[in-house]
Write a protein of this length. Structure first.
Length: 398
């Protein structure tokens, strides 16, 4: 018996017991579909995480103080001057205020920054211009609007040259930031207003009496080829030399290397995907056991047929091939159905979740390979049992 004839015989046997065959394949279908879905969701989620973290800026180190007394302009200047590899150290003063224009009032976050902020955050403008150094130094009443603020306050109108009020103080809009979308924490990055740092201190957020140069955050951009981990260690060592920081730097100063954050999140997503894929593979094993059981039943039901085949010249290996091909065919058909369901479900989930659908050929090939392996492994015992039947006893079987 050649394999083509064995395949035709297997298809006929499956069609002859269509419902039973479908129920037998169910475990394989579910397992393969689950693997495809898990890989697609994991890849899509990982792509979203990477995009969100990269939207914060490339080669970025973020230094946050849990107390506003501890970081100052001087710290930022020292990091820029003394830490190797640092291109820019941007001081940021942050606070919540209402933006008003006409009859529109919108609560948002106001950041006091310098002209270097956009460079550090890799944040282009969609319209207008950046702050001039003279405006930053003089504390000019000018603002850059995030795209969310520009849309809410001005709609389709061009906001450049328009006036918005912050704490009843009029500020002229000179630029609109390109859209960044949500951050990895789910915050709308475009719901933001940028003003010169001196403006924030003197007119909007107020200077701290104890530390008039206080800031909330320092954004550090490091050279592309520089080791971010080493830069982070150098920054920590520098800040530790400050008497006011040395005693509590580890508890009260949070230094985040965004490359490390990305690596951790990707690792976590990968580990979770592997865990779910391992759980999904249990369905494949269950499906394989189902195939073995149904093939054993098939051997019993077709014992007389086996005896007749042997009586007309079929060899034991022909019987082995016939039942093994049938088991593999069941498994492969189940795998193909599972792949179709998995791809359709993954595309649907990606559409509703609004993340990219990433098709993994490797996952599909793995699923097909696993299906064939399941068919061979779990189909071999029933096939061998059929091939070892005694022809005389098989012919006598009712």
């Amino acid at each position: 018996m050649n394999y083509l004839h064995a395949l035709r015989s297997a298809v006929d046997a499956i069609r002859g017991n269509a419902l039973r065959s479908l129920l037998t394949m169910l475990g394989i279908v579910i397992g393969v579909a689950a693997v495809i879905i898990v890989v697609a969701i994991g890849s899509g989620a990982r792509a979203v995480v990477v995009e969100q973290i990269q939207s914060l800026g490339s080669n970025l180190i973020v230094i946050d103080a849990r107390s506003s007394l501890w970081l100052s302009d001087t710290d930022a200047a020292s990091i820029k001057a003394e830490v190797p590899g640092v291109m820019v150290a941007e001081p940021v003063l942050r606070g919540g205020l209402n933006v008003t224009a006409g009859n529109i009032l919108w609560p948002t976050t106001v950041n006091g920054v310098t002209e270097n902020f956009l460079e550090v955050r890799d944040w282009p403008l969609s319209n207008g211009r950046n702050f001039e150094p003279e405006e930053v130094g003089a504390g000019a009443k000018v603002v850059l609007l995030g795209s969310t603020i520009a849309r809410v306050v001005f709609g389709e109108r061009n906001p450049i040259g328009e006036v918005v009020r912050l704490k009843s103080v009029p500020h002229t809009v000179i630029g609109v930031l390109a859209s960044k979308g949500t951050s990895n924490t789910g915050r709308d990055q475009d719901d933001i207003v940028l003003v010169p740092l001196k403006t924030a201190r003197s007119r909007l957020l107020g200077a701290n009496v104890v530390n008039p140069n206080r800031i909330d955050t320092i954004l550090v951009k490091v050279e592309e080829a520089w080791n971010l981990k080493q830069a982070e260690q150098d920054i920590r060592a520098l800040l530790r030399e400050r008497p006011r920081l040395a005693a509590s730097i580890d508890e009260d100063i949070n230094i985040k290397n965004m490359a490390e954050v990305l690596k951790i999140k990707e690792s976590s997503a990968g580990a979770l995907a592997m865990l779910v894929a391992a759980i999904a593979s249990v369905s494949l094993i269950v499906g394989g056991i189902g195939i073995m059981n149904i093939m054993l039943v098939s051997v019993v039901e077709r014992t007389r047929e086996i005896g007749i085949r042997m009586a007309v010249g079929a060899r034991r290996r022909d019987i082995l091939s016939q039942f093994l091909v049938e088991a593999v065919t069941l498994s492969v058909i189940g795998g193909l159905i599972g792949i179709g369901i998995g791809i359709a479900a993954s595309l649907t989930i990606a559409t509703f979740a609004e993340w990219p659908f990433i098709f993994s050929l490797q996952a599909v090939l793995l699923a097909v390979g696993f299906s064939i392996t399941v068919g061979v492994v779990f189909g071999f015992y029933p096939a061998r049992r059929a091939s070892l039947l005694d022809p005389i006893e098989a012919l006598r079987h009712e």
